[in-house]
Design a protein around this ligand. Structure first.
Ligand code: FHN
Length: 585
């Protein structure tokens, strides 16, 4: 009976999708005002919870007793697991200890305003009882709870928005099943699979009314921009208030409803709504051996960095198969929540402001501020040893300074900016927030440096996150690597590649005239790029230099090292960041 019903359902879905296909070329019309209104809750939210949970969680990143490399949710690839070996594992996926109320309460107390859960990752296993497959929580084992329904109810109870992640790539579906899960799997029935996807997405909307549909896997070659626009239009008609991320189409070109940089934060604010998703350790799915937990300081400063550039942070937790969370995730979310609660106005009541970026931290403006009258929040990461906080290249009409709790602070106008006397304060271990209340306007003065023009999908390696090796190389003002005169000295990072493909590589650097000429040598994923350093206007005048393009065909952690090449001058350069711009497949 179920097969007959399923056939009828698929036939109806084919009919619906065929009718929609005609409109596929054009994006469904929506006024800017309507779009802004639809996005308002999202742009106010600042902070959300990402959950990677599926059959892969049962393995914890290990296969036949051995840890596998890279992301745990990609274990079929890195563990070389065949479909015949992997599919039966679904019987072991039992969320017996999944406490939806606890999950959502923990997120709320962390200061998160929404959550997104992987209802179907690349593995193809569905966390709900779908009428279109047996590879789901309802049939694969005798687990009969509706965990998505429980999470949606808990979100309603605690006032969080409920979102669903859905992968376009599906290694289980017959249209794509291959001997090995790969970045690029075969597609032998695209039309049938799109009908399957649309039917499942309608199930998710009808049953759980998600506020966000979070797509992934858009890099696969058989999925086109036209396919994405067709799917976007289909969903907008089904659920007009729902928000859809840009990976519904091709993330590099498509920016609606919002951009999704991954494990990277743009160097500056973007010209569209965006959300950066980050892991707390390295793997998205639960991985026993992955204990590289980011510190609470790093996580809070990341939230501030992203929010002050106008974005949201979607921070990931990878639960164990039984539904319990790693202790480190619980602790860090608790600590983040305490800081966010103590600085509520500075987290949720802010907007991006285009002041010159300070070296000691970040700046945002209080909502409602304008060019004449308003309030700036200063987030100080690096406390001034001399007790004087200098804000360069800015001048105010009238200005008063305060602590976050509105205790007045001495502030003086200087030739190149303003100086706040913070000698009476003790720095917050994570970030100290100050307030500047101004009237009669403010303006940028002096040379405020190079503002990066970014699309939001760039991967950015920043100086402060580099591992430095060698005698003469150091991080200056927490903002750039300098004194790089030892030809053996290197800076290294782990680059998290979100999608395979070609990337254009650039560096934001500065080099005084008499020191230029060295060949800078960059190795990434085993490939080497070199570029000769040209002089800039000085050691503090940063410009972009091109290294060329490189094909990064492995998703996940990739080593990247920068150093001297063959021809050498007196120094390499000062370096603020290395940028990888995706240029498509
Ligand atoms: O391949 C996935 C990966 O497993 C994870 O889900 C991340 C999170 O956004 N997205 C893809 C890699 O970019």
């Amino acid at each position: 009976m179920k097969n007959l019903t399923r056939t009828l359902l698929v036939f109806m879905a084919v009919l619906i999708s065929g009718l929609n296909a005609v409109q596929a070329a054009e994006l469904i019309p929506e006024s800017d005002e309507a779009y802004q209104q639809r996005m308002q809750w999202f742009t106010d939210a600042q902070f959300g919870l990402f959950i990677h949970y599926g059959v892969y969680s049962t393995l914890g990143g290990e296969w036949k007793g051995e840890p596998v490399k890279k992301y745990a949710e990609w274990i079929q690839r890195w563990g070389k697991i065949t479909p015949e070996e992997y599919i039966p594992l679904a019987a072991d996926f039992r969320p017996d200890h999944l406490d939806a109320d606890l999950w959502v309460k923990t997120a709320k107390e962390a200061g998160m305003k929404y959550m997104v859960i992987t209802t179907k990752h690349h593995e193809g296993f569905c966390l709900w009882d779908s009428a279109y497959t047996d590879y789901d929580l309802g049939e694969a084992n005798d687990f009969d709870r509706d965990i998505l329904g429980e999470l949606k109810a808990a979100c309603d109870k605690y006032g969080l928005k409920f979102g669903t992640y859905y992968s376009i790539i599906d290694w289980h579906h017959p249209s794509q099943r291959a001997a090995q899960s790969l970045n690029q799997t075969p597609m032998n029935d695209k039309e049938g699979y799109v009908v399957y996807m649309k039917a499942q997405l309608k199930e998710l909307i009808d049953r759980y009314d998600p506020a966000i549909m979070w797509f992934d896997g858009d890099w696969t070659k058989w999925w086109t921009m036209e396919d994405g626009i067709d799917l976007y239009n289909y969903l907008r008609k089904l659920s007009p208030d729902m928000i859809i991320n840009n990976r519904v189409a091709k993330r590099k070109e498509f920016k609606k409803d919002y951009g999704t940089p991954e494990n990277s934060t743009p160097g500056a604010a973007l010209d569209h709504v965006w959300e950066a998703c980050w892991t707390v350790n390295h793997s998205w799915g639960f991985k026993k051996s992955d204990t590289k937990w980011k510190s609470t300081e790093v996580l809070i400063q990341k939230l501030i960095d992203i929010n002050t550039k106008g974005g949201n942070l979607l921070l990931n937790v990878g639960p164990q198969a039984d539904g319990s969370w790693p202790e480190a995730s619980i602790r860090q979310l608790k600590e983040m929540g305490e800081w966010n609660a103590a600085h509520h106005d500075a987290v949720y009541g802010t907007d991006f402001v285009a002041v010159p970026a300070p070296s000691w931290g970040k700046v945002a403006q209080a909502k409602g501020s304008n060019a004449e009258v308003g309030e700036l929040f200063l987030y100080v990461f690096d406390w001034p040893e001399n007790g004087k906080l200098m804000m360069k290249d800015i001048a105010f009409g009238q200005l008063k300074a305060f602590t976050y709790t509105n205790v007045p602070l001495p502030v003086s106008i200087k030739k190149k900016g303003i100086e706040i006397d913070v000698s009476s304060l003790i720095a917050d271990p994570y970030a100290t927030v100050l307030r500047l209340k101004y009237s009669k306007g403010w303006k940028t003065v002096g040379s405020a440096g190079t503002a990066l023009e970014l699309s939001g999908d760039e991967l950015m390696l920043q100086a402060r996150n580099a591992v430095l090796k060698g005698k003469a190389i150091k991080l200056e003002n927490n903002s750039h690597i300098g004194f790089w005169t030892d030809p053996m000295a290197t800076a290294s990072w782990t680059l998290n590649v979100p999608a395979p493909g070609m990337y254009r590589v650039k560096a934001l650097y500065a080099c005084a005239k008499g020191y230029a000429g060295t060949d800078a040598r960059l190795t990434v994923g085993g490939k080497v790029l070199t570029a000769q350093v040209k002089p800039t206007a000085g050691w503090q005048q940063f410009e972009l230099m091109e290294f060329g393009e490189v094909n990064l065909n492995q998703v996940g952690a990739t080593d990247c090292t920068l150093g001297f090449g063959k021809s050498r001058s007196k120094a390499l350069f000062n370096l603020k960041s290395v940028i990888f711009e995706p240029v498509g497949q």
